[in-house]
Structure formats: structure tokens, C-alpha cells
Design a protein around this ligand. Sequence first.
Ligand code: PHE
Length: 451
Amino acid sequence: MARETWATRMGFILAAVGSAVGLGNVWRFPFITGQYGGSSFLITYLAFVALVGFPAILVEFVIGRRTERNPVGALRELGSGVWSRAGWLFVVTGFVILSYYSVVAGWFLRYTLIGITEGYTLTDPSEANALYQSVSAGLDAVVFHALFMLLVVGIIAAGVRRGIELSVKVMVPAILVLLVGLAAYGSTLDGASAAYAYYLSPDFGTIAANWTEILPAAAGQAFFTLSLGMGVMITYASYLGEDRNLAADAGAIATIDTLVAVLVGFVVFPVLFSVGIEPGTGGPGAIFVSLTAAFAGIPGGRVLGIVFFGMVGIAALSSAISILEVLVSYLIDEVGVARVPAAAAVGAAVFLLGVPVAVDTIFLGLYDGLAYGILLVLGSLLLVLFVGWVVPDLGREELRKGIADVGGLDVAWIWVVRLPVAIVILVSLILGVTDYVDFLTGGFADWLAAR
Ligand code: PHE
């Protein structure tokens, strides 16, 4: 059977953007930025995307296009010894991420529905917070988690190509327009100038003093939001023809993804400041509490809210699809399972794994901390070391294809990947593991003890 390729030139970029733009930008970015001090986090994250994220995307692209395989098969084909088995890590990571991703996406579905059935009426942040508590944990959350997983499985079982290409073509421009509008609204709020100061004026002293926490958080956020470290970009690039300029595509994808996240900050922080919520205190609920309170207070807020939450739900869907596609393509290619049963079985397993998160949000910290602090960073480190040191010539050759005038780009890229990028990721990983152990022995142990 001939392997499928993307239908149009734009199809690949759009699918990759669809994977990248999701809850990571809209939900995770603002609360992590708040947690790590606003502007100090923002600048570290931006630097990380440009200096580490961009070269790391190219690493996944060259592996995917070269092998035309799923990530597990790709590493088995190119590598020997332990390398040939490293792809397994991606399967584990995919399970963990999708399980809680689906729970949070379920919250967005629920908030869309709330807008449709009753509207957003709670202007008081503490009431809005009570609503969030009831949506985010318990039976309701389990039901909406199940619903979201059903959607994801349905699309993957039906064949993903047209679904993804079409939805992102509409979704990405729409989300940008909507965010620009909301950001303009944010600028009219009382809290705007305080919010901009908080968000935009980095204090390098703070970064220097807290880099051991900020760096791993920025690393994890960068990999998470760019869908790196678990083979999504390998899989998507495996459907590519050779005429693509991978560097240009990677640049476009990283830029759009970053733009969406930064714009979300221009919406969320002014709103938080104007309702008097300290950023960083809201945690995973920050965006729900602040935005429902805002939508309750502005004319047309109900429609705006429905469109906004619904759009984020769709963005989450196009990301979740990419994760499930990695798991399913592995089962199809390597184990020989047919697409439909593969999608159904993986979907059911992912659902079960996510149930604890839907029951108690302490598990969100447990899963998310493991995924972004350790698994994605480890996955990226392995890939970067692999291309940088094990198959550098092949990597350079693959990168050159489709670039008319490569200059010294391929050489520079390999050297950046070999040393600085690998070292920064390694340091982030060590710090990430330390932070996660702190969480296990601190917050999580306390929670267990209180049972
Ligand atoms: N990049 C997606 C987001 O920002 C999440 C994701 C992570 C998707 C890892 C695929 C792989 O929402």
C-alpha cells in the first residue's frame, strides 16, 4: 500500500499548526506564566522556543521525512541498540498526555455548553471559581472527558486527513481574529496597564534568582506547546513529499503557535488584574474563572464566550487527534492492528487513565508534571542526541532537500543541536526531575496523607 501524503502544500503546515495550537497555548500558557512570575517567564519561554524549540522541530522533521515511518518504527529503522527501542517512550508519553488533555478539553466543552444553555452570569470571581470547581472535578468532568475522547476516536477512526486540514484552515485564522478582538477589549480595562507591566517588563534579577524553577518550566511549556518530544512532528513529517523547505515550515509553525500564546496573555492578564485576582493564584482554573467573570460583564459576552470556549474546544481536538494518531499509527504499522479497532482500544485505555484526573485535580499535577517536566523533555533530549551524534550526516542531507540555497544552515544547525541545545535540555531535565520529586514528596504526599 502506498503511504499517504498530505493533499496540499498547506495541508502539512496547517496540520502541524493544528497540533501545536491547543490547550497548551490557551489554558496552560497563562497559568504557568502566572505561576512563574509573568514577564520573567515569558522572556525565558520565548528564548527557549527560538533557540531550542526551533532546532528541535527540525530534528523531528528530518527523522519523519527520511523514514516515512511512525516514531517507533522510525527509530528502529535508523538506530541500533537502545536507540531502536527509544520510540517506546513516545507511546507512554502519548498515553499520559492525552489522558489529562482530554479531561481539560472536556471542561472547555462544558463551558461552551453552559454558555449555550444559561449564559455566563457570574461577575463575582469567587462565584465563578465555585462554578469552575464543580465543572472540573467529579462525575460531570468524567462525562465530558468521555465525550471528548469519543470525538477524538471518531475522527481518527474515520481517517484524519480531511478532518484536520479543513478544521484548521478555518480555526487558526478565526482564533487569531477572536484573540485580537479580546485583547483589544482587555486594553480598555482598568487593570490593563498593571497587567502589561507584569506581563511585559522582565526583571533579569528575578530570572537569575529563580532560574532553576523558571528554566524547566519554560522548557516543558515550549515542548508541550510545540508538540515536541513525543513523535507527533515525526509522524506528520512522515507524510511529506521532498519538496518542502523544512526550515521555513518549522519557522512558520513556531511563529504562529507563539503568537497565539502571547495573545492569550494579552487577554487573560488584563482581565485578571481588573477583577483583582492575583495571577499565579488561579492555577489550572485561571482562564475559566477570569474569562467567565469578564464575559458576564460585557455586552455580547455570551456569544463571545460561546465562540471562544467552543473554538478552544476545536483547537484542543486538532491537538488531541495528533496524539492519538501517533499511538494508532504505531499499532497499525508495527503490530498490524486495523485502524478502527486500534483507535477504539487506545481511546478506551486513555479514557480510563484520565478518570482519576477528572475525579480530583491533584492528579492533574501528577500527570502534567510527569509529562511536561520529564517525559517530553527526555523525549526531545533523546531525539536531539540521536540526530546530533548518531546520524548527523543523514540529518544534514535531509535538511538540505527542498532548500534552494542552504548556505551554512545545515552545518550550523547540527552543531547547535549537538552541544548547546543538548546541554540546555539536559539541564532542564535534571531540574524538572528535581521539581517533580519535590511535588511527589511535598504536595502530593500531603494529599495522600490527608486521605
Ligand atoms: N501542542 C499541544 C497544545 O499546545 C499539545 C500537544 C503536546 C500535542 C504534545 C501533541 C503532543 O495544546
